[in-house]
Design a protein around this ligand. Structure first.
Ligand SMILES: Cc1cc2nc3c(=O)[nH]c(=O)nc-3n(C[C@H](O)[C@H](O)[C@H](O)COP(=O)(O)OP(=O)(O)OC[C@H]3O[C@@H](n4cnc5c(N)ncnc54)[C@H](O)[C@@H]3O)c2cc1C
Length: 370
């Protein structure tokens, strides 16, 4: 019997695993993929998580993270504006970051199984989690850290899964020159593309697009040539950088809908609890912070047996909403503004006139050091 079973070993699941095993809980993490592996992600992480990563003894700069403190925004027509990032951040691939946390979780004594979770049942105040290979694991708590969308959401009959989402995303690593201290966000018809350096001189290029605008082009190569490259900055970039992957990675059905923080007593963490629009560049920070929040509450619960499960679930929901709801709302508003080219064009003129405005907008989707 485990104290905690964590379903999904991305940033949220791994952070929960490192934190809870460091504090002496008996933890099992079940992840369907092996480590290290590449993930579709912009790979720019806000510095707000640095102090906490230090507490977890997982320093990203020891494995080559690149400090980033400048931001450049361009419209489809190529108009630009620049700003200093209020708190700054760093570039590090998910291949490297997830693997760092994975190794730390193992070193802390966490059990990590490679398997796909099929069912999670709650009965007699404990959970039984079964995997595709027929194994079953018992635990007092289950953390759902299985990301933005999973078959488990269908099984748990979660509301957001009943509607389709129009977003897809593409990511590829490249060799090529690009300023180390900069993250660029380039707008194009139906989406936006983030560009920044990660470890080992590698350049990460990742974009989010509306599936409807993508449909007519059928493949990423044509879409890149005919849509992304209408932005002169992306055209110049793609003309001189060399892909490292044989094929870019793609994902679809990315949902930014409201989600429940607790479903059938499963405590959701990271994207499984709620996802901010990637243009805010803070989904990873939020996944890590939500894991910190949940781990602290779980530890408070286990050290004080007077609390009951209802206390834990309602406090987690309350705290999660207090910390993240405003950021999610700001992300939705910024995304709406960003999807409207006329508004973005006019807005960019204003942002140039009032240089303090862009850092102010960025702050609305970020917090302070955690
Ligand atoms: C296009 C795009 C760009 C982004 N860019 C940035 C950025 O630049 N900066 C930033 O901060 N954030 C960014 N984000 C957001 C960030 O990637 C996510 O918020 C973050 O990955 C959330 O981590 P997570 O652990 O919740 O989910 P994930 O990292 O997705 O991990 C979930 C894990 O669960 C596993 N899993 C799923 N189902 C099962 C199952 N049934 N059994 C076992 N395992 C399972 C999966 O294999 C996966 O490893 C971006 C997102 C997108 C889509």
């Amino acid at each position: 019997m485990y104290d905690v079973a964590i379903i999904g070993g991305g940033l949220a699941g791994l952070t929960n695993a490192v934190h809870l095993s460091k504090e002496g809980l008996k933890v099992i993490l079940i992840e369907k993929n092996s480590y290290p592996t590449h993930k579709v992600c912009g790979e720019y992480i806000s510095n707000e998580v640095l102090e906490y990563l230090d507490y977890l003894e997982t320093n990203p700069f020891l494995i080559g993270a690149v400090p980033i403190d400048k931001f450049l925004l361009s419209t489809q027509k190529g108009k630009t504006t620049k700003a200093n990032l209020p708190l700054g951040g760093f570039g590090l691939s998910r291949y490297a970051l997830d693997n760092l946390l994975f190794k730390k979780a193992l070193a802390n004594g966490c059990v990590i199984k490679k398997a796909t979770v099929e069912t999670i049942e709650f009965q007699n105040n404990y959970f039984r989690t079964t995997t595709r290979d027929g194994s079953a694991y018992l635990a007092t708590f289950v953390i759902g850290a299985y990301g933005k969308r999973s078959r488990l959401d269908h099984k748990l009959d979660r509301d957001f899964i009943k509607t389709t989402s129009p977003y897809l995303a593409v990511k590829c690593h490249y060799f090529g020159d690009f300023p180390e201290d900069l993250v660029a966000l380039h707008n194009f018809e139906g989406g936006y593309c983030g560009v920044s350096k990660v470890e080992n001189e590698i350049l990460n290029v990742c974009y989010l697009a509306d599936a409807n605008s993508f449909k007519t082009y059928r493949n990423t190569k044509t879409f890149q040539e005919q849509v992304l490259c209408k932005n002169p900055h992306l055209k110049e970039l793609f003309s001189r950088i060399k892909p490292i992957f044989e094929q870019p990675l793609t994902i679809s059905q990315i949902s930014f809908s409201q989600k429940a923080t607790v479903t059938d007593h499963i405590l959701m963490s990271g994207d499984a609890a709620g996802m901010v629009h990637p243009l805010c560049g803070n989904g990873m920070g939020m996944a890590i912070q939500s894991a910190q929040l949940l781990s602290n509450l779980l530890l408070e619960y286990t050290s004080n047996k007077k609390q009951n499960r209802t206390w834990l679930e309602s406090n987690y929901t309350k705290e999660w909403n207090k910390v993240f709801q405003k950021r999610l709302l700001a992300g939705r508003i910024i995304n709406r503004f960003f999807s409207n080219h006329n508004m973005l064009d006019k807005g960019l003129g204003l942002l140039r006139l009032f240089p303090f405005a862009l850092p102010y907008i960025i702050k609305q989707t970020h917090g302070t050091s955690i």
